[in-house]
Design a protein around this ligand. Structure first.
Ligand code: C2E
Ligand code: MG
Ligand code: MG
Ligand code: MG
Length: 291
């Protein structure tokens, strides 16, 4: 469907259309309504300190409770949201809801944690991004340190001059940036010098075959070395087994996320996990500043 014809998408619906294309078209129409109807919601997946099991952060993951199709995962609608130009609206809802949730957990006197949100390239690169993010923090009276923005390396590299300005502004707000799916994008590592980048999330595809897969083991160790030498904090994604956990612990990875610790869960379940989570010796929401 051509961009200019978005609003008239129904016109393109014909019985001759391929079933898959038709399905996507209909979903696109529904997605416009989803925000208004309150069909989007978030689940949260803990990031744990590998040494202690303590929950230090959660990542907000988007879900869509579709009236007929049931719960849809982001891979089933985010790409469409991007091509329909709906993603910035969705990302804004995500920021606001994430901040509101941190506020609710704080008000319930749960141990303070960092909230990570996924932000798409078009949102991150947009000139109003910082404004919107600050407004979301202000609305809940939250310090920027409580928030972490996840962005993929390919998204960073697709962005132009706005990137530097946005990174500086995030840094000034205290909002951290994590490179999501690290290792799967472009090979240039120059962007890792950008001031706001504090975390590297090592993609699940490398964690997958650990510890048997010697290539993935070597790649993971190399990525941990990069993180260490640049003063970035690594977070391993997609940890599913005790063996993977132990490999990463031994390799010096401080933080991890994956089904081994917890699936993405509703806020109430996260609250229960937080109560059981070991208490910190000393709270540290962000890694030490690099010189
Ligand atoms: P991601 O940011 O890399 O998120 C991690 C994905 O891995 C999540 O899938 C999570 O459920 C899954 N995962 C976590 N631990 C494990 C594990 O141990 N094993 C396996 N097999 N999978 C695990 P999900 O929720 O389907 O999200 C997929 C992607 O959608 C995310 O990848 C992110 O790029 C995007 N996304 C999610 N929420 C949002 C959002 O609010 N806004 C935007 N723009 N994108 C989002
Ligand atoms: Mg992510
Ligand atoms: Mg990821
Ligand atoms: Mg991913």
């Amino acid at each position: 469907v051509a961009k200019t014809e978005e609003r008239n998408a129904f016109r393109f619906y014909t019985p001759l259309m391929h079933a898959d294309a038709r399905r996507r078209l209909m979903l696109g129409v529904d997605l416009r309504q989803a925000l208004v109807r309150g069909e989007l919601y978030q689940v949260y997946q803990p990031n744990v300190e590998l040494r202690t099991g303590r929950i230090v952060a959660v990542e907000a993951l988007l879900r869509w409770r579709h009236p007929e199709r049931g719960v849809l995962l982001p891979d089933e609608f985010i790409p469409m949201a991007e091509s329909l130009g709906l993603i910035r609206q969705i990302d804004e809802w995500v920021m606001r809801e994430a901040c509101a949730q941190v506020r609710r957990w704080d008000d319930a006197h749960l141990p303070p944690l960092r909230m990570a949100i996924n932000v798409s390239a078009s949102t991150f690169g947009h000139r109003t991004f910082i404004e919107r993010l600050s407004a979301a923090l202000d609305a809940e009276q939250l310090d920027g340190k409580r928030l972490l923005v996840e962005i993929t390396e390919s998204a960073i590299l697709r962005l132009g001059e706005q990137t530097d300005r946005t990174m500086h502004a995030l840094h000034a707000l205290g909002v951290g940036v994590a490179i999501d799916d690290f290792g799967t994008g472009y090979s240039s590592l120059a962007y890792l010098k950008l001031s706001a980048i504090a975390f590297l999330k090592i993609d699940r595809s490398f964690i997958n075959g650990l510890p048997q897969d010697s290539n993935n083991a070597a790649i993971t160790e190399a990525m941990l070395a990069i993180a260490r030498s640049l003063g970035l904090r690594p977070i391993a994604e997609g940890i599913e087994t005790k063996e993977q956990h132990e490999f990463l612990l031994k390799a010096g990875c401080a933080e991890g996320q994956g089904f081994y610790y917890s699936r993405p869960e509703a806020a109430d379940e996260i609250a229960r996990q937080l109560v059981r989570s070991p208490k910190p010796a000393k709270l540290r929401l962000v890694p030490p500043k690099r010189s």
